[in-house]
Design a protein around this ligand. Sequence first.
Ligand SMILES: Nc1ncnc2c1ncn2[C@@H]1O[C@H](COP(=O)(O)OP(=O)(O)OP(=O)(O)O)[C@@H](O)[C@H]1O
Ligand SMILES: [Mg+2]
Length: 308
Amino acid sequence: MTGSSQIELCNVTHAYKTASGRLPVLDQLNLTMPRDSFTAVVGPSGCGKSTLTRLVSGLMRPDKGEIWLAGDRVTSPRPTVGMAFQNPVLLEWRTILQNVLLPLEIVKSSMDKAEPPRSHWSEKPLEIIKNRMGSSMGKAEGLARARHLLKLVGLEGFEEKRPSELSGGMRQRASLCRSLIHRPQVLILDEPFGALDAFTREDLWCIMHDLRAEEPFTCLLITHDLRESVFLADQVIVLSGRPAHAQYVLDVDIRGKRTLDDLYTPKAVEMLAILRHQIQVAQGRTGTADAPLAEHAPAASASEGMVQ
Ligand SMILES: Nc1ncnc2c1ncn2[C@@H]1O[C@H](COP(=O)(O)OP(=O)(O)OP(=O)(O)O)[C@@H](O)[C@H]1O
Ligand SMILES: [Mg+2]
């Protein structure tokens, strides 16, 4: 475990037990994500990306290898981790504001019951959980933070609406607020923008930059969209086909505040071509991982760069 890294995976190997036998999914996967960095993971469908998020979040344990989060070995779910998925599951009987506040209420109620902590938190003393979760956040502070986050993502004025009154993109924005309400150190996103149209998706990319500029956190994003990975991430990891290992690591060298125009520079187009080539290698459709560049990198368009 290196000092400055927030997330570290060392030789992580995992297989599912299925009715037809063992299904090896991850094979000796090594990854390092520095504190407050943004890592995107891309790879062929079914190669093990969602499995990776379950392991990093502590929902599952790997068969072999170690996962470290801020210097602690991950063996169970952490309150310092926030998560958001492709389909934002918001509760229809609660307003948007109440949905955003839900994580704070869940932790508060488990603290209030003077019972031992829930079994999956049992290895941590209650006080540590309380401090890290920011549950010292009083009701007024939580409310102010929820309103602030909603404003930041453009949902001011929608606090009292029900989820069904919002568009898909608005629901996803509310879901992001909910995953950040407790000030997590790490945010794990599994294809959060995958179901949205191209323009809404681009809006949300910019919102992600705004959220991180306001309050840094380490982000692990799973995506099929290569443009999304280049626009958002500091490093893009290409996973090989199953059982997956880190086949290629791309450092996204775009300095300063990023704008969507950055995706149309020759440098970005070259990075997209490299990633596209690596995905084809991972899919077993072409040559070797050592020959990164297609001869002519075509211009990036809003619809291209999606991994099937
Ligand atoms: N609970 C499970 N039990 C058995 N097999 C599983 C389970 N979850 C996933 N798998 C299998 O493990 C492999 C990896 O699944 P995973 O969901 O991690 O892939 P993925 O890379 O996220 O795919 P996609 O890009 O389509 O979302 C797949 O072959 C899947 O069928
Ligand atoms: Mg998946």
